[in-house]
Design a protein around this ligand. Structure first.
Ligand SMILES: Nc1ncnc2c1ncn2[C@@H]1O[C@H](COP(=O)(O)OP(=O)(O)OP(=O)(O)O)[C@@H](O)[C@H]1O
Ligand SMILES: [Mg+2]
Length: 131
């Protein structure tokens, strides 16, 4: 089964998160800039003319399509790398993915999201998979 991880976190954590993901062999990903808020509904800022509310704060959204068996490790990696401990650190969502098609070759499913040297093609991953 294929899953999509959508992680929304602080912009300044993007490099740390990306490096931690490369480290575990996650290669394919895409990133967009988003603005949003969670349960606090934004932040109050104190200015010279009083306080005002900024309700949509900038964050990055990182999307990764990957195999089921890599989801937990990836979530753990993102959570550790993106965490500051303060409110507003973000959220991680996991969705089922119906199908993946590599346009160049027509490969589908797992083959379409497997890359040379990635988490699935590393020796240790192969050993675990055959356990
Ligand atoms: N329910 C939601 N659906 C979609 N995006 C969300 C949702 N909640 C938060 N977000 C996105 O995640 C970002 C970070 O949310 P945030 O970390 O403030 O979540 P929280 O649940 O309020 O947690 P915390 O208490 O740590 O602040 C938001 O700026 C927004 O972009
Ligand atoms: Mg919040």
């Amino acid at each position: 089964m294929t899953k999509k991880i959508e992680a929304i976190f602080r912009e300044e954590k993007l490099n740390t998160v990306k490096e931690a993901l490369y480290e575990i062999g996650i290669i394919g990903m895409n990133v967009t800039e988003v603005r949003g808020h969670g349960r606090q509904g934004g932040i109050e800022l104190a200015g010279r003319i009083g306080t005002y509310k900024v309700d949509l704060l900038p964050r990055v959204q990182l999307n990764i399509i990957l195999s089921d068996n890599n989801v937990e490790k990836t979530i753990e990696t993102i959570q550790q790398a993106a965490q500051t401990g303060s409110i507003g650190d973000g959220l991680i969502f996991v969705y089922p993915v119906e199908e993946v098609i590599r346009i160049r070759t027509g490969e589908r499913g797992h083959a379409a999201i497997t890359y040379e040297g990635d988490i699935d093609t590393r020796e240790e991953a192969l050993v675990q998979a055959t356990d």
